[in-house]
Design a protein around this ligand. Structure first.
Ligand code: AVI
Length: 320
């Protein structure tokens, strides 16, 4: 059955086109060189990320799904039934489906930067849940939260799964959460998935899976830059490196040059020494208390937190 896209009201908040060229040129001129992780997610990158979530080493997705399955009723109870439910970075909207039966929101508003993907998955969801109004909004939530007007007088809640908050620097994470408090207003509630601090061996394995999917995901960034910007990164001489950095409480991903080489981009040459690299991602890990402290600085009070038996992952419910 084709999705009934007409059942979805679509709000295009016109997120500014991301400037891959300007950001890559800027990042390559810095020391250490860096490229923001948001550029991982072209079509191939999104597919590779999905494949990462199926590797035995990458525990976050399946652990979070387990928590949503086990505690969905209690989570829905706290979020408030029959209200307005926002989802940040809704992607395939797979996780929210675990809560919708219990939650029965009057209005579900998925927010995502990827227009096509958003329309498709919102359409499928509207078809599967005809009683729920679905208003999809194309926004870049990392740049503030410009949202269509929300109905007044209904409880408001937001869902932000996947520990995507961990890919923001803590200060940016606090700012993003502060935007969410403003969108929700007093009494609004947030259900957010946050990856936990743990044995570095587990983290190092999760970001260095044996089949090399994470390496392919990281290196695809260079494939994308070669294709879209006409650069000449030699994929045979850049390698995936990922490790837990205890001083920062984060996993870092880098692409490391294995020789002295030059890369051409936009009429410029970038020289890489052997061992020199590009920092492509941070994935911050939090303790329960550490995340609650960060959230408090954005205006959220903790209501409840669920963790799995092995203390791998947490889902927090917070209130404005
Ligand atoms: C999307 N994000 C939460 C993932 C993470 O774990 O930080 C992205 C990822 N990077 C490598 N593997 C997965």
């Amino acid at each position: 059955n084709p999705p009934h896209e007409s059942a979805v009201q679509f709000h295009d908040m016109h997120p500014p086109a991301e400037d891959l060229r300007a950001e890559v040129l800027h990042g390559l001129a810095q020391r250490p060189r860096r490229i923001p992780p948001k550029f991982f997610y072209d079509q191939r990158g999104s597919e590779l990320f999905e494949a990462i979530t199926d590797t035995p080493e990458y525990y976050p997705t399946r652990t979070e799904l387990g928590l949503l399955e086990a505690h969905g009723e209690a989570m829905a109870e706290l979020l408030g039934r029959g209200g307005v439910l926002l989802e940040l970075g809704s992607g395939s909207s797979r996780k929210i489906r675990l809560l919708l039966d219990a939650l029965r929101p009057a209005l579900y508003m998925p927010l995502d930067i990827s227009r096509e993907f958003l329309l498709l998955s919102a359409g499928e969801l509207a078809r599967d849940y005809p009683a729920i109004r679905v208003h999809a909004a194309c926004v870049d939530y990392s740049q503030g939260l410009a949202l269509p007007a929300l109905p007044e007088g209904l409880p408001r809640a937001a869902f932000f799964p996947g520990s995507s908050i961990g890919n923001f620097e803590p200060d940016q994470a606090r700012q993003l959460l502060a935007h969410v408090t403003r969108a929700l207003g007093p009494g609004g509630r947030l259900l957010i998935g946050v990856d936990l601090q743990k044995d570095p061996a587990i983290l190092n394995a999760a970001y260095n899976d044996a089949t090399g999917v994470t390496a392919a995901f990281n290196r695809n960034l260079l494939v994308r830059i070669n294709r879209e910007l006409g650069a000449d990164f030699d994929l045979a001489h850049f390698h995936h490196r990922a490790f837990y950095a205890p001083g920062h409480g984060r996993v870092e991903m880098h692409l490391i040059s294995d020789c002295l080489q030059q890369v051409r981009l936009d009429g410029q040459r970038f020289r890489f020494e052997a061992g020199e690299g590009i920092h492509t991602e941070c994935s911050y890990k939090y303790s329960v208390e550490g995340f609650q402290t960060l959230a408090a600085r954005a205006g959220f009070a903790p209501l409840a937190v669920w963790t799995d038996r092995d203390q791998l992952f947490s889902v927090h419910c917070l209130e404005v």
